[in-house]
Design a protein around this ligand. Structure first.
Ligand code: ATP
Ligand code: MG
Length: 429
Protein backbone atom coordinates (compact mmCIF):
# COMPACT_ATOMS: atom_id res chain seq x y z
CA UNK A 1 0.00 0.00 0.00
CA UNK A 2 1.16 3.44 -0.84
CA UNK A 3 1.34 5.79 2.13
CA UNK A 4 0.44 9.22 0.93
CA UNK A 5 2.04 12.27 2.50
CA UNK A 6 1.34 15.93 2.19
CA UNK A 7 3.70 18.03 0.07
CA UNK A 8 6.75 19.56 1.75
CA UNK A 9 5.97 22.96 3.22
CA UNK A 10 2.22 22.31 3.53
CA UNK A 11 0.54 21.31 6.78
CA UNK A 12 -2.67 19.72 7.98
CA UNK A 13 -4.42 21.80 10.58
CA UNK A 14 -6.03 19.31 12.95
CA UNK A 15 -9.18 19.86 15.04
CA UNK A 16 -7.35 20.63 18.29
CA UNK A 17 -5.05 23.14 16.57
CA UNK A 18 -7.96 24.77 14.84
CA UNK A 19 -9.51 25.84 18.14
CA UNK A 20 -6.72 28.39 18.46
CA UNK A 21 -6.96 29.37 14.78
CA UNK A 22 -10.69 29.98 15.12
CA UNK A 23 -10.28 32.01 18.29
CA UNK A 24 -7.56 34.11 16.65
CA UNK A 25 -9.68 34.62 13.54
CA UNK A 26 -12.67 35.61 15.65
CA UNK A 27 -10.74 38.36 17.43
CA UNK A 28 -9.37 39.59 14.10
CA UNK A 29 -12.78 39.64 12.43
CA UNK A 30 -14.34 41.53 15.33
CA UNK A 31 -11.68 44.20 15.17
CA UNK A 32 -12.09 44.52 11.38
CA UNK A 33 -15.86 44.72 11.70
CA UNK A 34 -15.60 47.44 14.33
CA UNK A 35 -13.18 49.33 12.11
CA UNK A 36 -15.67 49.14 9.23
CA UNK A 37 -13.40 47.11 6.96
CA UNK A 38 -15.28 44.86 4.51
CA UNK A 39 -14.30 41.47 3.16
CA UNK A 40 -13.28 40.68 -0.42
CA UNK A 41 -12.56 37.18 -1.77
CA UNK A 42 -10.57 36.66 -4.94
CA UNK A 43 -9.54 33.39 -6.62
CA UNK A 44 -6.52 31.52 -5.32
CA UNK A 45 -5.49 30.82 -8.91
CA UNK A 46 -4.67 33.75 -11.20
CA UNK A 47 -3.01 34.42 -14.53
CA UNK A 48 0.76 34.50 -14.03
CA UNK A 49 1.01 37.88 -15.77
CA UNK A 50 -0.95 39.49 -12.94
CA UNK A 51 1.91 38.89 -10.54
CA UNK A 52 4.66 39.63 -13.06
CA UNK A 53 3.12 43.05 -13.54
CA UNK A 54 1.72 43.59 -10.05
CA UNK A 55 4.63 42.44 -7.91
CA UNK A 56 7.56 42.99 -10.29
CA UNK A 57 9.83 40.56 -12.10
CA UNK A 58 12.96 41.42 -10.14
CA UNK A 59 11.48 40.49 -6.77
CA UNK A 60 12.27 37.28 -4.89
CA UNK A 61 8.63 36.33 -4.87
CA UNK A 62 8.30 36.41 -8.67
CA UNK A 63 11.76 35.23 -9.62
CA UNK A 64 12.12 32.35 -7.17
CA UNK A 65 9.01 31.61 -5.17
CA UNK A 66 5.96 31.30 -7.39
CA UNK A 67 4.01 28.11 -8.02
CA UNK A 68 3.52 28.52 -11.75
CA UNK A 69 2.26 25.94 -14.21
CA UNK A 70 0.45 25.56 -17.52
CA UNK A 71 -3.18 24.47 -17.28
CA UNK A 72 -4.77 22.12 -19.78
CA UNK A 73 -5.54 25.05 -22.03
CA UNK A 74 -1.79 25.94 -22.01
CA UNK A 75 -2.40 29.12 -20.03
CA UNK A 76 0.25 30.07 -17.51
CA UNK A 77 -1.39 30.08 -14.07
CA UNK A 78 0.01 30.88 -10.63
CA UNK A 79 -1.16 30.04 -7.13
CA UNK A 80 -1.33 33.47 -5.52
CA UNK A 81 1.78 34.35 -3.49
CA UNK A 82 0.09 37.43 -1.96
CA UNK A 83 -3.24 39.21 -2.14
CA UNK A 84 -2.75 42.84 -3.11
CA UNK A 85 -2.35 42.34 -6.87
CA UNK A 86 -5.53 40.23 -6.97
CA UNK A 87 -7.51 42.83 -5.03
CA UNK A 88 -6.33 45.56 -7.40
CA UNK A 89 -7.29 43.40 -10.39
CA UNK A 90 -10.73 42.61 -8.94
CA UNK A 91 -11.48 46.26 -8.25
CA UNK A 92 -10.47 47.30 -11.76
CA UNK A 93 -12.26 44.43 -13.47
CA UNK A 94 -15.50 44.84 -11.52
CA UNK A 95 -15.62 48.60 -11.98
CA UNK A 96 -15.42 49.22 -8.24
CA UNK A 97 -12.87 52.00 -8.44
CA UNK A 98 -15.62 54.53 -9.03
CA UNK A 99 -16.25 54.33 -5.29
CA UNK A 100 -13.92 56.90 -3.80
CA UNK A 101 -12.91 55.11 -0.61
CA UNK A 102 -12.86 51.43 0.25
CA UNK A 103 -11.50 49.55 3.22
CA UNK A 104 -11.11 45.87 2.42
CA UNK A 105 -9.76 42.71 4.03
CA UNK A 106 -9.11 39.16 2.89
CA UNK A 107 -7.86 36.06 4.60
CA UNK A 108 -6.68 32.80 3.07
CA UNK A 109 -3.89 30.60 1.80
CA UNK A 110 -0.89 31.95 -0.13
CA UNK A 111 1.81 29.92 -1.86
CA UNK A 112 5.54 30.52 -2.06
CA UNK A 113 8.22 28.01 -2.93
CA UNK A 114 10.60 28.64 -0.04
CA UNK A 115 12.69 26.56 2.33
CA UNK A 116 10.24 25.42 5.01
CA UNK A 117 11.13 26.14 8.65
CA UNK A 118 9.31 27.33 11.78
CA UNK A 119 7.05 30.19 10.70
CA UNK A 120 7.84 29.64 7.02
CA UNK A 121 5.78 27.33 4.84
CA UNK A 122 5.03 26.85 1.16
CA UNK A 123 1.32 27.09 1.75
CA UNK A 124 0.72 29.65 4.48
CA UNK A 125 -2.09 32.04 5.39
CA UNK A 126 -2.33 35.79 5.39
CA UNK A 127 -4.76 38.34 6.62
CA UNK A 128 -4.50 41.33 4.30
CA UNK A 129 -6.06 44.76 4.68
CA UNK A 130 -6.14 47.33 1.90
CA UNK A 131 -7.35 50.93 2.14
CA UNK A 132 -8.11 51.94 -1.45
CA UNK A 133 -8.42 55.58 -2.52
CA UNK A 134 -6.88 56.94 0.67
CA UNK A 135 -4.08 59.41 0.32
CA UNK A 136 -3.87 61.34 3.54
CA UNK A 137 -1.23 60.82 6.17
CA UNK A 138 -4.03 59.91 8.53
CA UNK A 139 -4.85 56.82 6.47
CA UNK A 140 -1.25 55.65 6.93
CA UNK A 141 -1.66 56.15 10.64
CA UNK A 142 -5.02 54.46 10.72
CA UNK A 143 -3.77 51.36 8.94
CA UNK A 144 -0.69 51.06 11.15
CA UNK A 145 -2.93 51.49 14.19
CA UNK A 146 -5.29 48.80 12.93
CA UNK A 147 -2.45 46.29 12.51
CA UNK A 148 -1.01 47.23 15.90
CA UNK A 149 -4.37 46.94 17.67
CA UNK A 150 -5.13 43.54 16.14
CA UNK A 151 -1.79 42.23 17.42
CA UNK A 152 -2.35 43.78 20.84
CA UNK A 153 -5.90 42.41 21.06
CA UNK A 154 -4.40 38.96 20.51
CA UNK A 155 -2.13 39.56 23.46
CA UNK A 156 1.07 39.38 21.45
CA UNK A 157 4.14 40.45 23.38
CA UNK A 158 7.39 42.19 22.50
CA UNK A 159 6.02 43.97 19.45
CA UNK A 160 8.27 46.35 17.53
CA UNK A 161 7.03 48.65 14.82
CA UNK A 162 9.64 49.65 12.26
CA UNK A 163 8.92 52.39 9.78
CA UNK A 164 10.61 53.91 6.77
CA UNK A 165 9.70 55.98 3.77
CA UNK A 166 10.49 55.09 0.17
CA UNK A 167 9.54 58.49 -1.23
CA UNK A 168 7.68 58.87 -4.50
CA UNK A 169 8.98 57.54 -7.82
CA UNK A 170 10.99 60.69 -8.55
CA UNK A 171 12.78 60.50 -5.19
CA UNK A 172 13.41 56.84 -5.81
CA UNK A 173 14.87 57.25 -9.26
CA UNK A 174 17.16 60.08 -8.06
CA UNK A 175 18.36 57.85 -5.27
CA UNK A 176 18.74 54.89 -7.57
CA UNK A 177 21.12 56.83 -9.83
CA UNK A 178 23.39 57.69 -6.91
CA UNK A 179 23.09 54.22 -5.44
CA UNK A 180 24.03 52.55 -8.75
CA UNK A 181 27.13 54.72 -8.96
CA UNK A 182 28.10 53.64 -5.47
CA UNK A 183 27.37 50.00 -6.33
CA UNK A 184 29.66 50.18 -9.36
CA UNK A 185 32.55 51.05 -7.07
CA UNK A 186 31.65 48.64 -4.27
CA UNK A 187 30.25 45.78 -6.30
CA UNK A 188 32.97 43.25 -5.50
CA UNK A 189 32.58 43.61 -1.75
CA UNK A 190 28.94 42.54 -1.85
CA UNK A 191 27.58 38.99 -1.52
CA UNK A 192 26.66 37.12 -4.72
CA UNK A 193 22.92 37.55 -4.29
CA UNK A 194 23.25 41.30 -3.92
CA UNK A 195 25.59 41.49 -6.93
CA UNK A 196 22.95 39.78 -9.02
CA UNK A 197 20.36 42.30 -7.90
CA UNK A 198 22.33 45.29 -9.19
CA UNK A 199 20.89 44.92 -12.69
CA UNK A 200 17.54 43.51 -11.71
CA UNK A 201 16.36 45.35 -8.63
CA UNK A 202 19.07 47.36 -6.85
CA UNK A 203 16.79 48.73 -4.13
CA UNK A 204 16.27 45.21 -2.80
CA UNK A 205 19.98 45.05 -1.93
CA UNK A 206 19.14 47.27 1.04
CA UNK A 207 16.98 44.47 2.38
CA UNK A 208 19.81 41.92 2.41
CA UNK A 209 20.18 39.56 5.33
CA UNK A 210 23.92 39.11 4.63
CA UNK A 211 25.76 40.60 7.60
CA UNK A 212 28.91 41.60 5.72
CA UNK A 213 26.91 43.34 3.00
CA UNK A 214 24.83 45.06 5.65
CA UNK A 215 27.99 46.50 7.18
CA UNK A 216 29.27 47.76 3.82
CA UNK A 217 25.90 49.32 3.03
CA UNK A 218 26.22 51.56 6.06
CA UNK A 219 28.38 53.85 3.91
CA UNK A 220 26.10 53.85 0.87
CA UNK A 221 23.91 56.80 -0.12
CA UNK A 222 20.63 56.94 1.79
CA UNK A 223 17.26 57.18 0.12
CA UNK A 224 16.28 59.46 2.95
CA UNK A 225 18.66 62.17 1.66
CA UNK A 226 16.93 62.16 -1.72
CA UNK A 227 13.40 62.80 -0.47
CA UNK A 228 11.62 65.85 -1.82
CA UNK A 229 10.39 68.34 0.75
CA UNK A 230 6.88 67.03 0.31
CA UNK A 231 7.85 63.41 0.90
CA UNK A 232 9.95 64.36 3.89
CA UNK A 233 7.10 66.37 5.33
CA UNK A 234 4.77 63.43 4.97
CA UNK A 235 7.18 61.17 6.80
CA UNK A 236 7.77 63.63 9.63
CA UNK A 237 4.02 64.01 10.14
CA UNK A 238 3.66 60.25 10.41
CA UNK A 239 6.30 60.08 13.08
CA UNK A 240 4.70 62.93 14.98
CA UNK A 241 1.23 61.35 14.87
CA UNK A 242 2.49 57.93 15.96
CA UNK A 243 4.07 59.64 18.95
CA UNK A 244 0.80 61.36 19.77
CA UNK A 245 -1.01 58.02 19.64
CA UNK A 246 1.68 56.51 21.87
CA UNK A 247 2.51 53.78 19.38
CA UNK A 248 6.22 53.16 19.83
CA UNK A 249 8.30 52.79 16.65
CA UNK A 250 11.83 52.68 15.41
CA UNK A 251 13.12 54.00 12.11
CA UNK A 252 14.79 51.50 9.82
CA UNK A 253 16.20 53.12 6.69
CA UNK A 254 16.92 49.71 5.19
CA UNK A 255 13.32 48.61 5.31
CA UNK A 256 12.40 48.49 1.64
CA UNK A 257 9.92 45.57 1.59
CA UNK A 258 10.08 42.76 -0.92
CA UNK A 259 7.55 43.86 -3.49
CA UNK A 260 8.12 46.51 -6.12
CA UNK A 261 4.96 48.51 -5.81
CA UNK A 262 5.56 50.42 -2.59
CA UNK A 263 5.85 54.22 -2.29
CA UNK A 264 6.24 56.49 0.76
CA UNK A 265 5.39 54.68 3.99
CA UNK A 266 6.74 51.17 4.53
CA UNK A 267 6.39 49.39 7.85
CA UNK A 268 6.91 46.05 9.52
CA UNK A 269 5.91 44.73 12.88
CA UNK A 270 8.18 42.13 14.42
CA UNK A 271 8.13 40.27 17.69
CA UNK A 272 11.20 39.48 19.74
CA UNK A 273 9.60 36.12 20.51
CA UNK A 274 9.74 34.85 16.93
CA UNK A 275 13.45 34.15 16.42
CA UNK A 276 14.75 34.43 12.87
CA UNK A 277 11.34 34.62 11.15
CA UNK A 278 10.52 37.71 13.19
CA UNK A 279 8.22 39.67 10.92
CA UNK A 280 4.59 39.10 11.63
CA UNK A 281 3.18 42.04 9.67
CA UNK A 282 4.43 43.90 6.62
CA UNK A 283 2.79 46.81 4.93
CA UNK A 284 3.12 49.97 2.97
CA UNK A 285 1.71 52.50 0.59
CA UNK A 286 1.33 51.61 -3.07
CA UNK A 287 0.11 54.70 -4.89
CA UNK A 288 1.23 53.51 -8.33
CA UNK A 289 0.07 49.91 -8.36
CA UNK A 290 -3.52 50.31 -9.51
CA UNK A 291 -2.45 52.66 -12.27
CA UNK A 292 0.36 50.32 -13.31
CA UNK A 293 -2.18 47.55 -13.63
CA UNK A 294 -4.43 49.49 -15.93
CA UNK A 295 -6.70 51.32 -13.49
CA UNK A 296 -6.89 55.02 -12.72
CA UNK A 297 -4.33 56.76 -10.54
CA UNK A 298 -5.64 55.72 -7.18
CA UNK A 299 -3.61 55.88 -4.00
CA UNK A 300 -3.74 52.98 -1.55
CA UNK A 301 -2.08 51.51 1.49
CA UNK A 302 -2.23 48.06 3.05
CA UNK A 303 -0.63 45.40 5.17
CA UNK A 304 -0.48 41.63 5.46
CA UNK A 305 -0.14 39.57 8.61
CA UNK A 306 1.19 36.01 8.47
CA UNK A 307 -1.27 33.86 10.38
CA UNK A 308 1.13 30.99 11.13
CA UNK A 309 3.47 33.39 12.89
CA UNK A 310 0.52 34.94 14.67
CA UNK A 311 -0.53 31.53 15.96
CA UNK A 312 3.01 30.82 17.17
CA UNK A 313 2.88 34.09 19.10
CA UNK A 314 -0.58 34.11 20.58
CA UNK A 315 -1.16 32.84 24.08
CA UNK A 316 -2.30 29.45 25.33
CA UNK A 317 -5.58 30.81 26.61
CA UNK A 318 -6.74 30.88 22.97
CA UNK A 319 -6.39 27.10 22.80
CA UNK A 320 -9.44 26.61 24.97
CA UNK A 321 -12.67 25.62 23.29
CA UNK A 322 -16.20 26.05 24.58
CA UNK A 323 -17.52 23.05 26.43
CA UNK A 324 -20.58 21.03 25.53
CA UNK A 325 -23.74 22.54 27.02
CA UNK A 326 -26.20 19.69 26.65
CA UNK A 327 -25.58 15.98 26.19
CA UNK A 328 -28.63 13.92 25.22
CA UNK A 329 -28.53 10.41 26.66
CA UNK A 330 -31.06 8.20 24.85
CA UNK A 331 -31.88 4.54 24.38
CA UNK A 332 -34.78 2.58 22.86
CA UNK A 333 -36.39 3.02 19.48
CA UNK A 334 -39.04 5.62 20.41
CA UNK A 335 -36.68 7.43 22.74
CA UNK A 336 -34.09 7.74 19.98
CA UNK A 337 -36.58 9.32 17.58
CA UNK A 338 -37.76 11.78 20.22
CA UNK A 339 -34.12 12.59 21.07
CA UNK A 340 -33.40 13.45 17.45
CA UNK A 341 -36.37 15.82 17.31
CA UNK A 342 -35.33 17.44 20.57
CA UNK A 343 -31.72 17.97 19.48
CA UNK A 344 -32.92 19.86 16.41
CA UNK A 345 -35.06 22.09 18.58
CA UNK A 346 -32.18 22.75 20.97
CA UNK A 347 -29.95 23.82 18.12
CA UNK A 348 -32.11 26.89 17.70
CA UNK A 349 -30.46 28.14 20.87
CA UNK A 350 -26.90 29.37 21.18
CA UNK A 351 -25.96 26.16 22.95
CA UNK A 352 -23.68 23.26 22.03
CA UNK A 353 -25.88 20.18 21.97
CA UNK A 354 -24.51 16.69 21.43
CA UNK A 355 -26.83 13.82 20.72
CA UNK A 356 -25.42 10.43 21.75
CA UNK A 357 -25.57 8.18 18.69
CA UNK A 358 -23.96 5.08 20.18
CA UNK A 359 -27.03 3.15 21.37
CA UNK A 360 -24.87 1.89 24.25
CA UNK A 361 -25.92 1.53 27.89
CA UNK A 362 -27.03 4.53 29.95
CA UNK A 363 -23.95 4.28 32.15
CA UNK A 364 -21.63 4.41 29.13
CA UNK A 365 -23.48 7.38 27.70
CA UNK A 366 -23.32 9.19 31.04
CA UNK A 367 -19.58 8.53 31.21
CA UNK A 368 -19.20 10.15 27.80
CA UNK A 369 -21.19 13.20 28.96
CA UNK A 370 -18.95 13.37 31.99
CA UNK A 371 -15.82 13.17 29.88
CA UNK A 372 -17.05 16.02 27.71
CA UNK A 373 -17.76 18.03 30.88
CA UNK A 374 -21.22 18.71 29.53
CA UNK A 375 -22.95 21.34 31.64
CA UNK A 376 -26.26 19.58 31.47
CA UNK A 377 -27.75 16.25 30.42
CA UNK A 378 -31.08 15.19 29.05
CA UNK A 379 -32.18 11.61 29.61
CA UNK A 380 -34.74 9.82 27.45
CA UNK A 381 -35.34 6.12 27.95
CA UNK A 382 -38.28 3.81 27.23
CA UNK A 383 -40.17 4.99 30.33
CA UNK A 384 -39.80 8.68 29.45
CA UNK A 385 -40.70 7.95 25.82
CA UNK A 386 -43.83 6.18 26.91
CA UNK A 387 -44.88 9.20 28.95
CA UNK A 388 -43.79 11.54 26.12
CA UNK A 389 -41.41 13.44 28.38
CA UNK A 390 -37.70 13.85 29.15
CA UNK A 391 -35.57 14.62 32.16
CA UNK A 392 -33.16 17.53 32.05
CA UNK A 393 -30.63 18.20 34.77
CA UNK A 394 -27.51 20.22 35.45
CA UNK A 395 -24.68 17.77 35.37
CA UNK A 396 -22.47 19.28 38.01
CA UNK A 397 -25.26 18.80 40.48
CA UNK A 398 -26.11 15.21 39.78
CA UNK A 399 -27.49 14.72 43.27
CA UNK A 400 -29.34 17.95 43.67
CA UNK A 401 -32.96 17.51 42.74
CA UNK A 402 -33.89 21.15 42.42
CA UNK A 403 -31.94 21.60 39.17
CA UNK A 404 -33.69 18.62 37.65
CA UNK A 405 -36.89 18.94 35.74
CA UNK A 406 -39.21 16.64 33.86
CA UNK A 407 -40.60 18.30 30.77
CA UNK A 408 -43.19 17.04 28.29
CA UNK A 409 -42.31 17.02 24.62
CA UNK A 410 -44.26 19.96 23.25
CA UNK A 411 -44.05 22.07 26.41
CA UNK A 412 -41.72 24.52 24.75
CA UNK A 413 -42.39 27.26 27.27
CA UNK A 414 -41.23 25.15 30.17
CA UNK A 415 -38.11 24.06 28.25
CA UNK A 416 -37.40 27.63 27.25
CA UNK A 417 -37.70 28.86 30.84
CA UNK A 418 -35.47 26.11 32.18
CA UNK A 419 -32.76 26.82 29.60
CA UNK A 420 -32.92 30.55 30.26
CA UNK A 421 -32.68 30.06 33.99
CA UNK A 422 -29.96 27.43 34.05
CA UNK A 423 -27.88 27.63 30.89
CA UNK A 424 -28.45 30.65 28.74
CA UNK A 425 -27.81 33.23 31.42
CA UNK A 426 -24.29 31.90 31.87
CA UNK A 427 -23.36 30.98 28.30
CA UNK A 428 -19.82 31.93 27.45
CA UNK A 429 -19.36 34.40 24.61
P1 ATP B 1 9.96 37.29 4.92
O1 ATP B 1 11.01 38.35 4.92
O2 ATP B 1 9.78 36.64 6.25
O3 ATP B 1 10.13 36.31 3.80
P2 ATP B 1 8.14 38.78 3.32
O4 ATP B 1 8.65 40.16 3.30
O5 ATP B 1 8.41 37.89 2.17
O6 ATP B 1 8.58 38.04 4.68
P3 ATP B 1 5.44 39.67 2.98
O7 ATP B 1 5.38 39.41 1.55
O8 ATP B 1 5.55 41.05 3.47
O9 ATP B 1 6.59 38.77 3.63
O10 ATP B 1 4.22 38.95 3.70
C1 ATP B 1 3.64 39.46 4.90
C2 ATP B 1 3.73 38.46 6.03
O11 ATP B 1 3.34 37.16 5.59
C3 ATP B 1 5.12 38.24 6.57
O12 ATP B 1 5.45 39.24 7.48
C4 ATP B 1 4.97 36.90 7.25
O13 ATP B 1 4.36 37.05 8.53
C5 ATP B 1 4.03 36.18 6.34
N1 ATP B 1 4.78 35.28 5.43
C6 ATP B 1 5.43 35.58 4.29
N2 ATP B 1 5.95 34.49 3.73
C7 ATP B 1 5.61 33.45 4.54
C8 ATP B 1 5.85 32.04 4.51
N3 ATP B 1 6.51 31.48 3.51
N4 ATP B 1 5.35 31.28 5.51
C9 ATP B 1 4.66 31.84 6.53
N5 ATP B 1 4.40 33.15 6.61
C10 ATP B 1 4.88 33.95 5.64
MG1 MG C 1 9.70 36.31 1.80
Amino acid sequence: MNNFKNLRGTVDLLPDQLIKWQNVEKIILEQLFRSSVKEIRTPILEMTDLFLRGIGEGTDVVSKEMYTFLDRGKRSCTLRPEGTASVARALIQNGLLTKPFQKLWYMGPMFRYERPQAGRQRQFHQLGVEFIGYESVRSDIEIITLAWDILEKLGIKELNLEINTLGDHVDRSNFQKAFLKWLEVNKNSLDQDSQRRIDKNPLRILDTKNIKTKKILEDSPRLFDFLSEKSLDRYLTIKEKLKLLKIPFIENFNLVRGLDYYTHTAFEITSGLLGSQATVCGGGRYDNLINQMGGAEIPAIGFAIGLERLILLSGNELEKSRETDIYIVNKGSNAETLAMQLSRKLRNYNLITELDLSGSSFSKQLKKANKLKSRCIIVIGDIEALKNEFVIRLFINVNSKNQEETISFGDDIKLDNWLKKNLLSTVLP
